[in-house]
Each structure stands twice: as structure tokens, then as C-alpha cells.
Design a protein around this ligand. Structure first.
Ligand SMILES: Nc1ncnc2c1ncn2[C@@H]1O[C@H](COP(=O)(O)OP(=O)(O)OP(=O)(O)O)[C@@H](O)[C@H]1O
Ligand SMILES: [Mg+2]
Length: 394
């Protein structure tokens, strides 16, 4: 009998719950698209998609564990040479030493028993080695490579793909992909693949597949409820399903079906894995008020919040949505406040959203949870919104 942790894998390749998705148009699968891209010799594949949407898993599925060589943008943060890293990952020492043992009775007998020579593999050897072994380099999380390195890497790749070296560069949207997608040198030499957020139906499939493997019945309505809370992220779906199994102790006793009563606990339980307390704190506090006191608004449920507190609350409300127009936000904020209460004006809300954005972009990656631009608030990290909905004591 399979264990729940073998079926639901939020952090690794999901052998039993892998779901294949299709593009809306043309109606072909992501797997086929990536396969096709990899067949075009002389082209570099640029795979872009929001966080936790299955970019790495797609590469692993299509290329296979025998041929994929995964390198992260973060591997280039030190002084590491591109080809040295690429060689090392494939098990090929780029630089090293070997000892030539000389006969002791050698006529010179000058340096003891041996002589050490350094060798350096050339870039050509690395490229040939990859070709020989049918390896595909996946340069994952390219946005983690330092700014100044990204262009150098793009240059190296440009040269290598011409010699039929196969590579996929994986990155987040609207970020540091410029080194690849905006690089004039690479134009006409790129295969572009954009991964879209997951639809409810696709997310449901993960739960339906997985619980079937475990011999547990799940209704369509419950699968849908979980899919909605998963906020377009297959990873959240996997996390929540695993939490349900853990709560029900499904590996220890026979569970017939999933009951709706477990869901809320499972959602709260799942947030224990996420660390967004500080992000929420920073957002709720807003920028330094520099001695000025802010207007306090009274909410329907008796809380006293300033405008930043209201904004954070408004994001967490039902229905869970990853992109909200300004009018949505304004309406949500108004709805939070007591009917007779005084409400923040539009301009004040816009100003606060601008400040919030400023506050978050200046910080570490984990704080980059939303983007406010062109009149829309985009939540860029589904795990953050999930935490906001289920991870705070209310
Ligand atoms: N096709 C799929 N079917 C089922 N589950 C999937 C699929 N793709 C991804 N997942 C789930 O989502 C998790 C995250 O996927 P993955 O690591 O590929 O995302 P990512 O886009 O590379 O994220 P990041 O931006 O953090 O690198 C996987 O560990 C798996 O649990
Ligand atoms: Mg990844």
C-alpha cells in the first residue's frame, strides 16, 4: 500500500500525481512544446512562469533524470566560472591535478617520487561531453544569478548553442529574464515557453489522482474547494492534500472518504510550513509614519485598523484572487468597515499601495509577494496569499 507522502509530493517530483497540462491554443501539451523546443538545434529555450507553477518539474519530466543537468542561478554568486560549474554538475572535473609517478631510479631523481601537473578542461570539451551524453543543461532560477553575471552567461550560452549544446533557462516573469529575452544577440535563437497559472480543473486532477491511488474517495465539490484555496499553485494543492492525509492518519487506518469538516483545519495546518509573519508585519505596519498619527478605521468585526491594516485584510478576503483591480480593493476595503463608519478615499488608498510596493521591493526575495502596477494588485506568491487567509489568528 502506498504511503501518502509517496503520493503527494509538494517538494519533489510527483510520480503518482503528475498532471499533464495543455496550452489553450494551440491545444498541445506543455511536455510536447518543450520537447519540440529542445529539438530545434542552435536554439536556446527560455522557460518563464510564476513561482511554484511547475517549471522545474516540467523540465524533469520531459528531459528525464538520466539526461537533465540542473544548475541554479545561485551557483554563480561567487567567483565561479560558468563552464567550471557546468562541467562539475555533469561529473566532469574542469580543473584538477594529477600526479605522474616517476621511477625512483629515474636519472634525475630531483623531486622525490612524483611530479604534479595541473590541467584545465576547455569549454569545447565540456560542450562535447554534454553532446556525447545527450545531456541538457537546465539553468534554473536564473534570476538568482548576480546581475553582472547574467549577461556573461547569456554570452557563453549564445556561443554554445550554436555548437548544438542544449540548454533551458528558467526564470520568473518580468524580472531578470532580460539577459535572455531582451538580448539582441539571442533574437531568432530562442524558443519561448510561458507557463500559465494553473486552472481549477487542472488542480483538482492532482487531488483526484492522488486520493484514488490511496483508495480514498473524494467528492468533486471537496476537490474543487481545495483547488480554489490552492490559488493556481500545484504545490499548494500537494501540500494541502498531504496535510489532509496526515490529519486523518490515513497511513495508519482505513479512511473511506474525505469529509468537508477536515478542510479548515487542513488549511491552517498547512500554513505551519510557511514563514510569512515578518512580511505580514512589515505590510501591516506600513512605512515609518515619522511622528504623524494615522486615521484609524473601525471594522465590522470590531477591529481598529489604519489604512495599511485595511489593505492587508482586504487581500485576504473571499473569494481568494491573485490579481485584484483597484476597484476590487476599494470595494473590499469599504466592505470591511462598519456601515456608518468613515472610509479611506481613493487617492489615500493609491498612495498607500505605492508606499507598500516601495517598502517590499527594497527587501529580500521573500518580501516580493505583490506587485502594484497599472491599477492592479498582482499577488506574485500564492503561498503568501494562502498564509494571509489561513495562517493568522483572527
Ligand atoms: N505537472 C505537475 N503535476 C503535479 N504536481 C506538480 C506539477 N508540477 C509541479 N507540481 C507540484 O508543484 C511543486 C513545485 O513545482 P516546481 O518546483 O516545478 O515549481 P517551480 O515553478 O520550479 O517553482 P520555483 O519558482 O520555486 O522554482 C512540485 O514539487 C509538485 O509538488
Ligand atoms: Mg523551480
Amino acid at each position: 500500500m502506498l504511503k501518502s507522502e509517496e503520493v503527494f509530493k509538494p517538494g519533489a517530483f510527483p510520480d503518482y500525481t503528475y498532471v499533464s497540462r495543455k496550452f489553450a491554443s494551440p491545444n498541445i501539451s506543455y511536455e510536447l512544446r518543450l520537447k519540440q523546443a529542445l529539438k530545434i538545434s542552435g536554439c536556446l529555450t527560455s522557460l518563464i512562469g510564476p513561482s511554484k507553477m511547475g517549471k522545474t518539474i516540467l523540465c524533469e519530466k520531459v528531459i528525464g533524470f538520466d539526461h537533465i543537468i540542473e544548475v541554479s542561478g545561485a551557483d554563480f554568486s561567487g567567483n565561479a566560472d560558468f563552464w567550471e560549474v557546468v562541467a562539475a554538475r555533469a561529473g566532469l572535473p574542469y580543473q584538477g591535478e594529477f600526479t605522474i609517478t616517476k621511477n625512483i631510479k629515474d636519472e634525475y631523481q630531483d623531486e622525490g617520487s612524483g611530479r604534479t601537473e595541473k590541467f584545465v578542461l576547455t569549454k569545447d570539451k565540456v560542450i562535447n561531453y554534454y553532446k556525447e551524453k545527450n545531456y541538457v543543461l537546465v539553468l534554473d532560477d536564473f534570476h538568482y544569478a548576480p546581475d553582472e553575471k547574467r549577461l556573461q552567461i547569456a554570452q557563453q550560452l549564445k556561443d554554445a548553442i550554436r555548437r548544438e549544446f542544449k540548454a533551458v533557462v528558467v526564470s520568473l516573469p518580468h524580472r531578470s529574464d532580460d539577459a535572455i529575452r531582451q538580448n539582441a544577440d539571442l533574437s531568432g535563437r530562442l524558443s519561448l515557453i510561458n507557463i500559465e497559472p494553473w486552472e481549477e480543473q487542472e488542480l483538482k486532477e492532482i487531488a483526484i489522482k492522488g486520493f484514488k491511488e490511496l483508495g480514498i474517495e473524494i467528492s468533486d465539490a471537496i476537490a474543487k474547494n481545495i483547488a480554489v484555496e490552492s490559488l493556481t499553485s500545484p504545490q499548494l494543492m500537494q501540500y494541502i492534500c498531504l496535510s489532509i492525509c496526515t490529519l486523518l492518519e490515513s497511513d495508519e487506518k482505513k479512511i473511506e472518504r474525505i469529509d468537508e469538516s477536515v478542510l479548515k483545519t487542513a488549511y491552517c495546518f498547512t500554513t505551519m510550513n510557511f514563514e510569512y509573519q515578518d512580511v505580514v508585519k512589515v505590510m501591516t505596519k506600513g512605512p515609518n509614519p515619522r511622528g504623524k498619527s494615522r486615521t484609524i478605521f473601525e471594522t465590522k468585526d470590531g477591529k481598529h485598523l489604519d489604512i495599511y491594516g485595511l489593505l492587508v485584510e482586504s487581500l485576504a478576503k473571499n473569494p481568494p484572487i491573485m490579481s485584484l483591480t483597484f476597484d476590487d480593493i476599494k470595494e473590499r476595503v469599504d466592505r470591511l468597515i462598519k456601515p456608518e463608519g468613515n472610509k479611506p478615499g481613493k487617492q489615500a488608498l493609491k498612495d498607500s499601495l505605492n508606499k507598500l510596493q516601495e517598502l517590499l521591493t527594497g527587501r529580500e526575495d521573500i518580501y516580493r509577494v505583490l506587485e502594484w502596477k497599472d491599477g492592479i494588485v498582482y499577488i506574485t506568491d500564492p503561498l503568501f496569499l494562502f498564509y494571509l487567509r489561513w495562517g493568522r489568528e483572527s
